[in-house]
Write a protein that binds this ligand. Structure first.
Ligand code: ADP
Ligand code: ZN
Length: 598
């Protein structure tokens, strides 16, 4: 949904371009038409002096006048076509003709009533160029956003019909949101209790993972209006507009509160404030206005602001302060069970053949987001229709997966079986090694669903209360970090780039042990790292550098050997856990611990 708003805006812009183009063409055609008719007229008209002369000469047969008009038509003897003329004073002209009649000059005088329709049309037609010009101006201004009175880019307010049941997987995330729903339903209860409810919640995750969906579901569950706008819509060519849009957005929200305000792509306005030039200043104004609005809620206003981003690290720190977006919820790409559930939800309104196994499709789509899965089912329905099937078959689905996968190949998020195996052994290696290290915290979750740049991850339980880390703990941390690489080497007899981050972290820890924490007996308790992060090796003479390097290497080598040893003694476990990971992609704490109970 994050991309939904942008094309809409582009569509609007291009509609204005088309309108402007059409008007321009009409104006040109009208101009040519007008000039032509003028030329025609010149041939058809005679001047007043010529007219008087011809009346005197007695060649005029007939004069046709219209009441209230100075334009007349005259019929000249032996001339087929009637001519037009302008008479300055119609009354005097009529008298002149009657004089001629008295003189025996036979001139037929016809006096007609005005044709209202014709004159009105004529009048309007003469105004046409002006009207077109005005329309053209308005269109151009609108295109640039100047004439914008908040209509085109108006925030959308909807009554969301989406419920939590429409959001597959994401159970923990939904659980966290229930509190917000309750608050929106009965704010009074919370206020009376003195409870503080988050004002802003930041939803982090790649596009298509369901951030917009879950925000809508909150509004749907709480039965409150859902007001949404995309960060990119705040960014404008003309200074001050972004800020005024933010103001309007919240004015609207205050009117309909309790409500949900959803800001998609918040990084477009909330990126770190840096320089003071051009677009940046505009962004800053917009961002500042957003901060002002969020700080300015009175306790009576029940507005919850949800914002979505794929790059939380880019956001200005000010946005994340208490009272603003002080709660972050990461929306991950779905695991195999989540994918199956998403497929189930999106196939509800589709006809599936009996042989279709959504589970096997879920297996084939590691790394796919909810949006991509929804897309696959839609593609499959289109393919089935094309193939004139009665229902969507397995083949239709396979073809749809391929179609979407090829489209995805650029990002290559579809993981090959080989990569899956490698990642499984790597992560299993981390988890098993750390399980045998007394100082390391328990494994909370292992996953081979890619997340960001990482192919998989092993999550450990946190122990935040600790203020000091012992030398043993650091050494064991190194062993756990190198467990991934050790497993790759043992099982596949090959190593991959997948461990590069582990190695980086391990090296940094080892360096700090030697140069900051004084944990090397050879170097002694000396801090060799300056506050700017550089090492001051020369402090202890030239060969100190080599000694430090040797000490760091010794720590790493020892840790790597220990990791290998642990794994070699537990090969059954390594194979079993890796196999389970390949099948399930995610293993939780309980499932992991079961392996160690026999
Ligand atoms: P985001 O806001 O994170 O970019 P969206 O919420 O716009 O993603 O998701 C786009 C579409 O993908 C949704 O409208 C829905 O059809 C589908 N989708 C994504 N995640 C889920 C999910 N967890 N359950 C069901 N459908 C999902
Ligand atoms: Zn690793």
């Amino acid at each position: 949904m994050s991309n939904d708003n942008k094309p809409k805006q582009n569509k609007k812009t291009s509609i204005y371009f088309i309108i402007a183009g059409i008007i321009l063409i009409i104006a040109i055609v009208a101009g040519i038409f007008w000039m032509n008719s003028k030329k025609d007229k010149e041939e058809k008209t005679i001047s007043y002096t010529d007219l008087i002369k011809q009346i005197d000469d007695g060649v005029i047969e007939k004069v046709e006048m219209t009441v209230g008009s100075t334009s007349i038509k005259v019929k000249i003897k032996d001339v087929e076509e009637e001519k037009e003329a302008i008479v300055p004073n119609t009354q005097a002209f009529i008298e002149l003709i009657q004089d001629q009649k008295l003189k025996g000059n036979e001139i037929e005088l016809i006096q007609k009533q005005q044709n209202m329709f014709y004159t009105t049309f004529q009048y309007l037609f003469s105004l046409l160029p002006t009207i077109l010009l005005i329309i053209l101006f308005v269109a151009v201004f609108k295109m640039q956003g100047l004439g914008d009175k908040g209509k085109i880019y108006d925030a959308e307010t909807t009554k969301s019909k989406i419920k939590f049941d429409d959001v597959a997987g994401l159970d923990e995330e939904k659980n966290e949101m229930i509190e917000i729903v309750d608050f929106l339903k009965e704010p009074k209860k919370f206020y009376e209790m003195g409870a503080k409810i988050p004002r802003g919640v930041l939803l982090c995750g790649q596009p298509g993972t369901g951030k917009t969906l879950i925000a809508k579901a909150i509004a749907g569950e709480a039965k409150v209006p859902f007001i949404s706008m995309s960060g990119s819509e705040f960014i404008e060519m003309f200074a001050g507009l972004g800020a005024s849009r933010v103001r309007k957005l919240f004015e609207k929200a205050k009117k309909v509160a309790p409500c949900i305000v959803f800001i998609d792509e918040i990084d477009a306005i909330g990126s770190r404030r840096t320089s003071n030039s051009g677009a940046e200043t505009e962004n800053n104004q917009t961002l500042n206005q957003l901060l002002v609005e969020m700080d300015g809620f009175s306790s009576e206003e029940t507005i919850i602001v949800l914002a979505a981003t794929n790059r939380p690290e880019m956001l200005d720190k000010a946005l994340l302060r208490p009272g603003r977006f002080d709660r972050q919820i990461t929306i991950p790409a779905p695991d195999i069970a989540g994918r199956e559930e998403i497929l189930k939800i999106h196939s509800k309104d589709k006809k599936l053949a009996n042989d279709v196994s959504l589970h096997s499709i879920a297996e084939d789509t590691a790394g796919f987001t909810g949006a991509e899965l929804a897309n696959i089912l839609n593609e499959a329905a289109i393919i089935a229709t094309k193939n004139q099937h009665n229902a969507i078959t397995n083949d239709d689905l396979d073809e749809a997966v391929k179609k979407v996968t090829v489209g995805l190949e650029k990002t290559s998020r579809k993981i090959s079986d080989k990569d899956k195996k490698l990642t499984a052994y790597h992560e299993a290696g981390h988890a098993i090694v750390s399980q045998f290290l007394p100082t390391q915290t328990a494994v909370k979750e292992i996953s081979i669903v890619p997340r960001g740049v990482a192919g998989g991850y092993t999550m450990y339980k946190s122990d935040e209360d600790k203020s000091f880390i012992s030398k043993t703990e650091m050494e064991e941390k190194l062993i756990a970090l190198l467990g991934g690489r050790a497993a790759e080497k043992i099982v596949l007899d090959d190593i991959s780039t997948g461990a590069s981050n582990d190695i980086e972290v391990a090296t940094e820890i080892a360096k700090n042990m030697v140069t900051v924490y004084g944990m090397s007996d050879v170097v002694g308790p000396i801090c060799l790292k300056s506050s700017d992060g550089n090492y001051e090796y020369q402090l202890l003479g030239n060969n100190m550098e080599d000694i430090i390097d040797q000490e760091v290497k010794k720590l790493i080598d020892t840790a790597y050997k220990s990791a290998q040893q642990i794994l070699l003694q537990n090969m059954d476990l390594l194979h079993a856990i890796a196999a389970e990971l390949i099948a399930k992609e995610k293993i939780n704490e309980e499932e992991f611990n079961k392996f160690f109970m026999q």
